[in-house]
Ligand binder design. Structure first.
Ligand code: B16
Ligand code: MG
Length: 212
């Protein structure tokens, strides 16, 4: 097998919390008099919380002080965590679960590589920890995607060289991060556009065709 280690993005690949990010940012933006829509939300995929807010400010042509930024992202996260209470095991599909089990049974090492500082909470609610050998999330990195740090760390923890790791991503910033880590990538959703990732996945289980 060409790949020995698979590194999965969380939001947008293993589950979808996009709508909760959107609702939480929208509530904050309304309160702060900033415009925010779905198109802007898609630009925040894979990007850290702070950088996400900086993108929203720049799209609005606004500058906030460090203290104001900190206050706003803390409020956004409180709204987001409240919404995350709704996540259940049903938010990780049986297709995703069955595919992960097959890949694991084939002897591949599996990791999560997420920019989210809420990844632990989300995986717990999904009952998703059991599929993975390693989890690297936003609490363990200093630079978020498109920086390769999260994937380099995940590859090291798995003990698999970068050339034998495949990253599965839904965000162009994540595909860029994989490239910068020296890893191949499989794009799904927005990252499945031709010319971005090494492989394009129509659906999650297509992964089996490329790795087994
Ligand atoms: P948090 P991923 C990313 O997760 C999300 O795609 C992105 O929209 C979010 O801003 C980022 O996590 C930070 O999330 O506020 O929970 O720390 O796609 O890398 O799994
Ligand atoms: Mg993602």
């Amino acid at each position: 097998m060409k790949y020995q280690g698979l590194i999965f993005d969380l939001d947008g690949v293993l589950c979808s919390t996009d709508r909760y990010h959107y609702q939480a940012w929208k509530q904050l933006a309304d309160e702060e008099g900033l415009s925010f829509d779905w198109e802007m939300n898609t630009k925040l995929r894979g990007v850290s919380r702070r950088e996400s807010f900086e993108i929203i400010l720049s799209e609005n042509g606004k500058k906030f002080s460090e203290d104001e930024i900190e206050r706003c992202i803390t409020i956004k996260n409180a709204y987001y965590q409240k919404l995350l209470e709704q996540i259940t095991e049903d938010d990780m599909s049986s297709e995703v679960r069955e595919t992960l089990v097959r890949l694991k049974e084939a002897g591949l090492k599996l990791a999560v590589g997420s920019s989210s500082k809420n990844a632990g909470l989300i995986l717990k609610q999904l009952d998703g920890n059991k599929y993975f050998d390693e989890i690297v999330d936003g609490t363990q990195i200093t630079h978020s995607k498109p920086d390769p740090e999260v994937f380099i760390k995940a590859g090291e923890r798995l003990g698999v060289p970068a050339t034998q790791c495949l990253v599965i991503e839904d965000a162009p910033s994540g595909v860029q991060a994989a490239k910068a880590a020296g890893m191949d990538s499989a794009g799904i959703g927005a990252a499945a556009e031709p010319g971005l990732a090494t492989y394009q996945l129509g659906r999650f289980k297509d992964l089996i065709t490329y790795v087994l």
